[in-house]
Design a protein around this ligand. Structure first.
Ligand SMILES: [Fe+2]
Length: 241
């Protein structure tokens, strides 16, 4: 097995980020975006459904071309590189720079997924207010009115500090919609993932028992981690229940 084959196998075996391993509802938009850009063990740049000049005059053709072919491609490349380095780290059992590649995975992965969805939600025939009754009801329920949503979304997007995104998202517990400001692409996470295992490493979670020995705390967390529960969550997410 050569290195490339190993890395592909390693991705699949470790269930890192492949569409089948995202833990997303199978019919969700994010899952579709992920699946559409995952080919032969790596992520690829999705094609646009329209020409670069199709969104003129609102978004100019040159911006679209640079944004898609250069910027988005760079995120795809960065994500693949980061995943490859993490696979090497596992192969060599050397996690000395795992922090760096984890950040790179989050940054480029966030960039890739957000752009892939961004292209999908734009259209030359777009604009106006939502017509779908379910979506209108959700917006009214969540923001009071369409105008309320629009004012909130614009204000939040305009006020993102530095580079980043304004995002309206589905919050599955309440069934409501929420608006995020995402500085850069993410805060060390990917917007399309659904958390399955999480450990709180704020000092409030371990200081009384472990003081500054966070590693010992995490070791002990693994001893109480309920994998049956994690499996239950995963199966529910993957089947869209
Ligand atoms: Fe962008």
């Amino acid at each position: 097995m050569n290195r490339r084959e190993y890395l592909k196998k390693s991705f699949a075996g470790a269930a890192v980020l492949g569409a089948a391993s995202l833990g997303l509802p199978a019919n969700s938009f994010a899952a579709k975006v992920a699946a559409d850009t995952w080919h032969n063990g790596e992520y690829v740049l999705p094609e646009l459904n329209y020409a670069y000049d199709a969104l003129e005059p609102h978004i100019d053709a040159q911006t679209m071309e640079l944004h898609h072919s250069r910027h988005h491609q760079a995120y795809v490349n960065g994500l693949n590189t980061a995943l490859s380095r993490l696979a090497e780290a596992r192969e060599n059992d050397d996690f000395s720079i795992v922090k760096h590649w984890s950040r790179e995975t989050a940054f480029h992965g966030g960039g890739h997924f957000l752009h892939a969805m961004f292209w999908e939600i734009m259209s030359p025939n777009g604009g106006g207010e939502p017509r779908d009754t379910m979506l209108r009801n959700a917006i009214n329920r969540s923001f009071g009115s369409y105008v309320g949503f629009k004012r909130h979304f614009k204000a939040a997007s305009n006020a993102v500090e530095g580079s980043g995104w304004g995002i309206m998202a589905f919050e599955p517990n309440s069934g409501n919609l929420v608006i995020h400001q995402a500085e850069r692409q993410s805060d060390l996470t990917l917007w399309v993932t659904q958390p399955l295992v999480m450990v709180d490493v704020w000092e409030h979670a371990y200081y009384l028992r472990y003081q500054n020995r966070r590693g010992e705390y995490v070791d002990n967390f693994m001893e109480v981690l309920d994998w049956d529960k994690v499996a239950e969550m995963y199966e529910a997410a993957a089947s869209g229940r």
